[in-house]
Design a binder for this molecule. Structure first.
Ligand SMILES: *[C@@H]1O[C@H](CO)[C@@H](O)[C@H](O)[C@H]1NC(C)=O
Ligand SMILES: *[C@@H]1O[C@H](CO)[C@@H](O)[C@H](O)[C@H]1NC(C)=O
Ligand SMILES: *[C@@H]1O[C@H](CO)[C@@H](O)[C@H](O)[C@H]1NC(C)=O
Ligand SMILES: *[C@@H]1O[C@H](CO)[C@@H](O)[C@H](O)[C@H]1NC(C)=O
Ligand SMILES: *[C@@H]1O[C@H](CO)[C@@H](O)[C@H](O)[C@H]1NC(C)=O
Ligand SMILES: [Cu+2]
Length: 564
């Protein structure tokens, strides 16, 4: 990893400190790795897998030049949880805020490190982060960290791991062979990209553990034998500390917890991160749901017996109170009611959050917002395929999500944290606001229970094009996304020259238009009849050349065999 530190002028965030630019140059390419003993191609950064941790101080400039050396896939990197204020072009999803990065091409992500806390980066190119292109992103606020008073920080990256590569699994999942519509079941649970982890613990010392779920599907339940956790932050939002023995971390979520070394330990203690079996259609005998860890007080002590989940119950995040005490936002100026649902088509299953499964437009939505003048306020210019919702600057937006599905879904909003006002477990929201808390919990990814509902609020003060989607990668690829076009006229003022020239050139090189409506039409922008309105019946994610039909049949046999 090549990493340079360049010092620049004072920043508005920490006027008393020097803020710096943290520069990374990433060459993204395939290597073979075997995190659970099975060798397979994974996507590495500078030949390194697990990929590196990105670290910066609040207010620093992070600049990452990503060069795509994959050869057979396009890419695009999302900085999950970062607000990207005035830097919407750096958010990452291809087709939304940029054109895909083709093999042999580069794209530089430059943005202000904000907010502070525990985040992660991952590919937002279709179906790609499950093949390994994801890692921790930690933004330090030294003052807040000092107040927490921990002695050392540790990172716990959780994931569910597959042996097949995502393009084939995705093709299977969204095809007619998948008769029960079930998600592919992972082969292993990984903890820091291996099967087991050990942490050396000293008596009386406080350890801040940054727990990050990079899963494609499974939520993890984490607990430590003989040690309570003090939960101090969720998704980067500091909370009034709450003591618990088990936490649940869904795909995309993070939790910061502090554990304290026991004074007179006479043994080492086990800890465990277990995948939630409820999320799997079946649990094969060969699947170990658990990643085991040990808190080592003395290497001479015997290895502890593995810890197991008894009933998969964990702290309910809804009761957490943000440390900043932000009161509930006022009555909404706009309420958007969405339903999570799955549908069968002749070519396979798809999912929707808006009226239809999300379909990527011909013109990345950011360019439509920037080039259609006052018409940018008209959802028609973005096309029905992207499920567009236009938010006016300063509006309080209320999202009501009713989950018509029999599984839970972790819902993620780009560019924001939202207040979580209520969560019902078994029925749609009845509109009763009297139970809303005065100071609601805030985060950027929240789980809506099977058959239940959530009600969220946020203020539309960050002009940009932001996806709102389920963080289960299978569901994203099935279409479970909508697009918020937030304050497009303000966005036009931010990017009067149309955004970075290299971003525009990246599109032009590929023949992708960067003006007009979703079809690149500039005369009658409300005519969206030529936009992408048809679902891709044969998706392979970011793969450029899908395999021949003979190879596909072999692949389908392999995947079907793995599932029994
Ligand atoms: C893409 O290319 C890499 C490197 O050659 C290879 O390992 C991988 O299997 C390819 N992926 C697919 C889905 O063909
Ligand atoms: C954990 O917290 C519970 C409830 O506060 C308490 O009863 C228990 O003694 C604590 N356990 C440890 C090991 O500190
Ligand atoms: C730990 O052991 C020391 C002496 O070795 C003793 O003074 C102290 O009280 C013990 N602490 C606890 C919490 O048992
Ligand atoms: C609304 O919710 C509150 C508590 O959250 C409850 O006391 C009240 O009965 C509910 N009202 C209706 C009409 O269901
Ligand atoms: C523009 O397109 C819309 C939608 O197709 C149509 O209703 C309208 O008449 C068109 N306007 C002009 C000036 O052609
Ligand atoms: Cu989902």
């Amino acid at each position: 990893m090549r990493r340079l530190l360049t010092f620049i002028a004072l920043s508005a965030f920490v006027p008393s400190c020097i803020s710096k630019t943290v520069t990374y140059n990433w060459d993204v390419g395939w290597i073979i790795a075997a995190p659970d003993g099975f060798s397979r191609p994974v996507i590495a950064i500078n030949g390194q897998w697990p990929p590196p941790k990105v670290e910066a101080d609040l207010g620093d400039t992070i600049s990452v030049t990503v060069t795509n050396s994959l050869g057979n896939e396009t890419t695009g990197i999302h900085w999950h949880g970062q607000f990207q204020e005035h830097s919407n072009f750096m958010d990452g999803p291809p087709g939304v805020t940029q054109c895909p990065i083709q093999p042999g091409s580069s794209y530089t992500y430059t943005f202000t490190a904000n907010p502070a806390g525990t985040y992660w980066y991952h590919s937002h190119a279709p179906g790609q982060y499950g093949d390994g292109l994801r890692g921790p992103l930690v933004i330090h606020d030294r003052r807040a960290e000092k107040e927490l008073g921990f002695d050392q920080e540790l990172t716990l990256v959780l994931s569910d791991w597959y042996h097949d590569q995502m393009p084939g699994l995705l093709h299977y999942y969204l095809g007619t062979k998948n008769t029960d519509g079930a998600e592919p079941i992972p082969m292993s649970s990984l903890i820091n990209d291996k099967l087991t982890e050990t942490f050396d613990i000293l008596p009386g010392k406080k350890y801040m553990i940054r727990v990050i779920s990079t899963s494609a599907l499974a939520a993890h339940f984490v607990k430590f034998d003989g040690h309570n956790m003090s939960v101090v932050a969720v998704d980067g939002v500091q909370v009034v500390p709450v003591v618990t023995d088990t936490i649940e971390v869904s795909a995309g979520q993070r939790m910061d917890v502090i554990i304290t070394g026991l004074m007179n330990a006479t043994k080492n203690y086990a800890f465990v991160a277990s995948m939630d079996p409820d999320m799997f259609d079946s649990v094969p005998d060969t699947l170990n749901l658990n990643s085991d860890g040990v808190l080592v007080y003395n290497p001479k002590f015997a290895a502890p017996a593995p810890l197991r989940q008894e009933d998969y119950t964990a702290l309910d995040d809804i009761g957490l109170i943000p440390l900043d005490g932000q009161p509930i936002l006022g009555a909404p100026d706009q309420t958007i009611t969405l339903a999570i649902d799955f549908e069968s088509y002749s070519f396979g299953q798809r999912a929707s959050l808006g009226s239809e499964p999300y379909i990527s437009p011909k013109v990345p939505t950011i360019y439509t917002a920037l080039t259609t003048g006052q018409n940018a306020l008209n959802p028609a210019v973005y096309g029905p395929g992207v499920n567009p919702f236009v938010l006016r600057y300063g509006q309080v937006i209320e999202l009501v999500i009713n989950n018509l599905d029999t599984g839970g879904h972790p819902m993620h909003l780009h560019g924001h944290v939202f207040q979580v006002l209520t969560r019902t477990s078994t029925q749609p929201w009845d509109g009763n606001t009297s139970g809303f808390p005065k100071i609601p919990m805030k985060r950027d990814t929240v789980k809506v229970a099977a058959g239940g509902a959530i009600v969220l609020r946020f203020k539309a003060e960050n002009p940009g094009v932001w996806l709102f989607h389920c963080h289960i990668d299978w569901h994203v690829e099935a279409g479970l996304s909508v697009t918020f076009i937030e304050a497009p006229i303000h966005l036009q003022e931010q990017f009067q020259h149309g955004g970075p020239i290299y971003a525009a050139n990246n599109c032009k090189k590929q023949g992708i238009p960067i003006s007009g409506n979703c079809a690149g039409q500039t005369r009658n922008v409300t005519d969206n009849s030529k936009c992408n309105n048809v679902i891709d019946p044969n998706p392979w994610g970011s793969l450029i050349n899908p395999p021949s039909s003979r190879k596909v049949r072999g692949l389908m046999r392999d995947i079907a065999a793995l599932r029994v």
